[in-house]
Design a protein around this ligand. Structure first.
Ligand SMILES: [Zn+2]
Length: 232
């Protein structure tokens, strides 16, 4: 026997079908944006299960990390690239949450990511204002559904360009702006295992400087998780 809620859901579904953003097929679960078939077709790295994976190697000799991973390989003109585009530039936050849940599921199955808190990599304030959200925050919220740990959104910031910086040389200015993060609330992360989250990792330079700033807090340990790995 169907419940009143199920009957209502079926009616709604009949008139407002819920379409997978990957393949356009009808999916039944209203919470999801991607169907199972699309999820299974994504190129998962399984890096979370192995030490010395390509993401961890990037940080060797540069940043003291406990573990690092990226969930998917980022291919050009691939499904995952389309999905990241939908999420970041078309503002499909529900899709971002689902991608975060997929990350959370993998991280939870691995014993190598014993974090206490999630830290989204901050955007420049102007960029966040234009986009309306920080994609890493959305990923964190999805991950948190599996790991059941809090998301700390205001412990580290990324200052905008300043007047004095525009007078400096181009390369120096780039270093100043790209590489600058400020830990505004060190007490909040003291003694904690942090999981720093970003959407796409290429060289790892931005994560490196953000991570180094986080490690200035007393007795913290650092893990890193990204949605995609864009190999070069
Ligand atoms: Zn699909």
């Amino acid at each position: 026997m169907l419940t009143a809620h199920e009957i209502k859901e079926s009616f709604l579904h009949l008139f407002f079908p819920h379409i997978c953003v990957g393949c356009g097929n009808d999916i039944l679960n209203d919470k999801n944006q991607l169907c199972l078939r699309c999820i299974e077709s994504l190129p998962q790295t399984h890096f979370e299960l192995s030490a010395d994976n390509p993401i961890e190697k990037k940080f060797w000799g540069r940043l003291q990390i406990q573990s690092a991973t990226a969930q998917y390989y980022f291919g050009k003109e691939s499904l995952i690239q389309r999905l990241v585009h939908q999420f970041k530039y078309k503002g499909n936050k529900e899709l971002g949450l689902q991608l975060g849940r997929l990350m959370g599921y993998s991280l939870k199955r691995s014993s190598r990511f014993d974090a206490d808190v999630l830290i989204p990599l901050p955007l420049f304030p102007n960029k966040q204002k234009r986009r309306g959200f920080n994609q890493s925050e959305i990923l964190c919220e999805g991950i948190a559904e599996y790991l059941q740990i809090p998301v700390l959104k205001n412990v580290i910031t990324r200052p905008e360009h300043t007047e004095t910086q525009t007078r400096k040389g181009r390369i120096e200015r780039w270093k100043n702006v790209e590489g600058k993060f400020v830990l505004t609330d060190p007490v909040a992360v003291e003694g904690k295992h942090l999981l720093l989250v970003d959407d796409v990792i290429t060289t790892g330079a931005t994560l490196e400087s953000c991570g180094a700033e986080l490690l200035k807090a007393f007795s913290t340990r650092l893990h890193i998780a990204c949605l995609c790995y864009a190999a070069r």
